[in-house]
Design a protein around this ligand. Structure first.
Ligand code: GTP
Ligand code: MG
Length: 415
């Protein structure tokens, strides 16, 4: 902790500051109102990630939570990879504007090998952190107009098996728990009996604890909501039912799912925990979810990212000195690499030169051998030619002698 934050966190008396009373009204008691007005003007931003198997009821629950119809197309079960789908909406309630982003996992749990199913989701969460960090590190940054896409709450939809969590659930929640506020919900809770649900919830919590999975706990440090949040923490994971269908119960129209044997009312706390979820997620703890994302999850990400880049918090080194040190390290490393590359190049060139010389020698030897072979052949042919010419001369001479003898004989005969 730095000296400055230590001073900030000490009570005013311990900091040695005098408390003065004012003789009349000055007006700075309107500061909170100024803050409220500014926030209302800027609008709010909230991003929810829904992770759960295909057809588990993600879209229906989102529609029911915000009481509207968001765009959604059911996904098929035969996609080869998990992906994420993002939709952003502008909602308005009274004078408060909310930019809501719903991020949906698509084809989650549909593959035969599910070991990497969490990766695209984790990568998405980290990408949003990274984009925020990029903005923060810009020279000209505009964080107040920046559309913050970091995930504030991850609703993890648990299949209502009534048995136990699947290994996919544990692996995914474990991978995400340090990056996002996980709120587990038992989906389609109307498909499981009250007794089974009770045992299932206990089993889920004990499995999460024994596997070291951290889920989001509603904060109990603000005394206005401490009791409510503490009691809601005991209801986790919330068992939810989603439906946009309106059914007449008594003389009121209520959201419900109707079955031949009865009606499950979505907003009835005896039927399911939907109202508890809405109360906790939207009414009571939306701001805390945003703050926890920024101060815990993003902070962790930022710290490890900056440490990876070589930054450390050092009391005896300023940012400028650290930058210079890093720059120096980087430049010497670069020079070392350059020298290594140069050496390697020289060695390679020498090797190539030797190779070329060997090849030249070989060629030369081949050429000499060919030349010698050619000369020998020429000599042999010339000898043969001479022999043939001698033979031809002898033949011609023999032929002339024979002709002479024949002529002499003919003359003798006539006489
Ligand atoms: P994909 O986007 O395709 O992954 O599906 P999804 O998870 O968004 O599910 P969706 O909301 O489209 O619901 C799938 C089916 O489940 C629909 O027929 C819904 O009516 C039904 N469903 C949704 N919520 C509940 C619920 O709480 N209980 C029961 N029994 N059925 C539900
Ligand atoms: Mg859907």
């Amino acid at each position: 902790m730095t000296a400055a934050t230590e001073v900030q966190q000490k009570p005013i008396k311990e900091q040695g500051l005098r408390t003065l009373s004012l003789s009349s009204h000055v007006g700075f008691d309107s500061l909170p109102d100024q803050l409220v007005n500014k926030s209302v003007q800027q609008g709010f931003c909230f991003n929810i990630l829904c992770v759960g198997e295909t057809g588990i009821g993600k879209s229906t629950l989102m529609d029911t939570l915000f009481n509207t119809h968001f765009e959604s197309t059911p996904s098929s079960h035969d996609l080869p990879n998990v992906t994420v789908k993002t939709n952003t909406y502008e909602l308005q309630e009274s004078s408060v504007r909310l930019k809501l982003t719903i991020v949906d996992s698509v084809a989650f749990g549909d593959q035969v090998d599910k070991s990497d199913s969490f990766k695209p989701i984790m990568e998405y969460i980290e990408k949003q952190f990274d984009m925020y960090l990029q903005e923060e590190l810009k020279v000209k940054r505009s964080l107040h107009t920046y559309h913050d896409t970091r995930i504030h709450a991850c609703l993890y939809f648990i299949t209502p098996t009534g048995h136990s969590l699947k290994s996919l659930d544990l692996v995914t929640m474990k991978a995400l728990d340090s990056k996002v506020n996980i709120i587990p919900v038992v989906a389609k809770a109307d498909t499981i009996t009250k007794g089974e649900l009770h045992k299932f919830k206990i089993r889920i919590i004990s499995e999460l604890v024994s596997n070291g999975v951290q889920i989001y706990q509603f904060p109990t440090d603000d005394e206005t909501v401490a009791d409510l949040n503490a009691s809601m923490n005991t209801h986790l994971p919330f068992a939810v039912v989603g439906s946009m269908d309106e059914v007449k119960v008594g003389n009121k129209m209520v959201k419900a799912r109707q079955y031949p044997w009865g009606t499950v009312q979505v907003e009835n706390e005896n039927h399911c925990d939907f109202v508890r979820l809405r109360e906790m997620l939207v009414r009571t703890n939306m701001q805390d979810l945003v703050e926890t994302t920024h101060y815990r999850h993003y902070e962790l990400y930022r710290r490890s990212k900056l440490q990876d880049m070589g930054f450390t918090d050092s009391d005896n080194m300023s940012m400028q000195e650290m930058y210079e040190m890093k720059r120096h390290e980087h430049v010497s490393e670069l020079q070392k690499k350059e020298e290594e590359t140069r050496q390697m190049f020289v060695v390679r060139v020498k090797e190539k030169e030797a190779e070329l010389k060997d090849a030249e020698k070989e060629l030369h030897a081949k050429f000499e051998a060919l030349k010698k072979g050619h000369a020998d052949e020429k000599k042999r042919i010339e000898e043969k030619k001479k022999m043939l010419e001698d033979e031809m001369g002898a033949f011609q001479r023999r032929k002339a002698t024979a002709a002479q003898q024949a002529l002499t004989l003919t003359k003798k005969g006539r006489k």
